[in-house]
Design a protein around this ligand. Structure first.
Ligand code: GLV
Ligand code: MN
Ligand code: MN
Length: 428
């Protein structure tokens, strides 16, 4: 890490981070949930509510005097200008949620960006680089299978040609969903970030695990982000009367699926597979009737690992084992790869700035890997990127109970602010 220029801001900058403002922003976003969707927050990728959340972000940044723009992929970017021609530093996260998710995953990182921008503007923090604040679109893979869609488009990893092939459960394509909320799926190739415009990007996020909370730490600095391979498995059996059909004449698609669920769970628990995670989180049964033997089942498999070789090998092995299980049960089975993202090792020099910032604000921290996927994983392809984690209460995430105490968020925001200030002064 080298610092070539000093733009010392007021020493009071971290102290100006306000827990009250953070709470107010979180409450505002928590109110944007699909009516009747049950507990927690449901604000799916490329839904009107996700756009409403982006509008809240844009209004806040606009009121601070930043320039705000939304790209064709739906990413909203606010900029505090810097010296002309100097590559930017940036921060941000996402505002969409999983069905019945919480109010913190992604949102905390966007709220952190809103608070950093407010402190920078209020204190007129000296800086030479443009500071960009980003709300990425459609990070959650829960709707379309593929995660980090807005950031993938910013990184050039997903393009206009891919969008008609990504569908939700209702069969709606991502292209249609985007157009329905006023975005331009045909123009997303123009949403690509230019590496020369960027110096570094740092995302603040909740940990979504229990490491920080269990060790009593304030902050995590991420070194590697897990990859994920997502499979869609379709089992076809024969639907028939549950009373009239003896056991030996059945082709029960759900029995096959249940066998596959157990195969996946056992596979990930095998000695030598420590760190691999296999989850069947979604399962649909046809006709889903008490008195009919299930004729068809569709289920998802989410395979996560920080080791790309083991991640892909697990996907292959499971597809093979599932086919064998279907054979045993007299059913037919197909496996399709819905999405595949490799793990990403984040650059050490960016993490070094985050570690120095933690020390500067007195945050107790450790370096740790991320089990979840993040927009940082994608934008790291075009801009050197890092992540700061704040603790998750009970390690819970993707559920309504997800939470992080405001003082812990505020500590993370202080560390983020100092990280950006360090990066503002630095050269590679
Ligand atoms: C994002 O939340 C993920 O599914 O990892
Ligand atoms: Mn997230
Ligand atoms: Mn998530």
């Amino acid at each position: 890490m080298t610092g070539t220029r000093t733009t010392a801001g007021p020493a009071a900058a971290p102290a100006a981070v306000s827990g009250e403002r953070i709470d107010a922003h979180l409450a505002r976003f928590a109110g944007l949930t699909e009516p009747g969707s049950g507990p927690g927050c449901t604000r799916l990728a490329y839904s009107p509510l996700e756009r409403d959340a982006h509008a809240v972000f844009a209004a806040h940044m606009g009121a601070l005097g930043l320039t705000v723009a939304t790209d064709p992929a739906g990413n909203t970017v606010a900029e505090l200008p810097g010296e002309p021609g100097v590559p930017a530093v940036g921060t941000g996260s996402h505002l969409d949620t999983v069905p019945r998710g919480g109010g913190y995953d992604g949102i905390v990182g966007v709220v952190a960006a809103m608070e950093v921008a407010e402190v920078a503007v209020r204190l007129r923090l000296p800086h030479r680089r443009p500071w960009r604040f980003v709300a990425f679109a459609a990070e959650e893979g829960a709707r379309f299978g593929q995660a980090c869609n807005g950031s993938r488009m910013a990184a050039g990893l997903t393009g206009a040609a891919d969008l008609p092939g990504l569908t939700d459960r209702e069969g709606r394509t991502m292209a249609d969903a985007m157009a329905a909320v006023g975005l331009r799926p045909d123009l997303v190739d123009g949403a690509r970030w230019r590496p020369e415009d960027w110096f570094a990007f740092v995302e603040l996020h909740i940990e979504q695990g229990e490491v920080l909370a269990s060790e009593g730490l304030d902050v995590g600095v991420v070194d590697v982000i897990s990859g994920s391979t997502r499979l869609l498995v379709e089992v076809t059996g024969r639907a028939t009367h549950s009373g009239g059909t003896p056991m030996h004449l059945r082709h029960d698609a759900l029995v096959t699926a249940a066998h596959c669920v157990e195969l996946g769970d056992r596979f990930a628990r095998r000695p030598g597979n420590e760190g691999l995670r296999v989850t069947v989180g979604r399962l649909g049964v046809e006709p889903n009737s008490i008195t009919t033997v299930p004729g068809a089942v569709e289920f998802s498999v989410d395979i996560r690992d920080v080791d790309p070789v083991r991640q892909r090998a697990a996907a292959k092995a499971l597809a093979h084992d599932f086919a064998a299980a279907a054979g045993e049960h007299g059913t037919a089975l197909t496996t399709r790869v819905l999405a595949d993202t490799p793990p990403v090792v984040l650059p050490e020099w960016v993490a070094g700035h985050a570690e120095a910032a933690c020390a500067a604000v007195g945050a107790a921290y450790r370096v740790l890997p991320s089990g979840a996927s993040h927009d940082t994983q994608q934008v790291n392809h075009v801009v050197p990127a890092g992540m700061i984690f704040v603790p998750s209460d009970g390690g819970l995430s993707h559920v309504p109970e997800e939470s992080t105490p405001t003082p812990q968020i505020a500590t993370g925001v202080r560390a983020l602010l100092e990280t950006l200030r360090g990066l503002d002064r630095a050269e590679r």
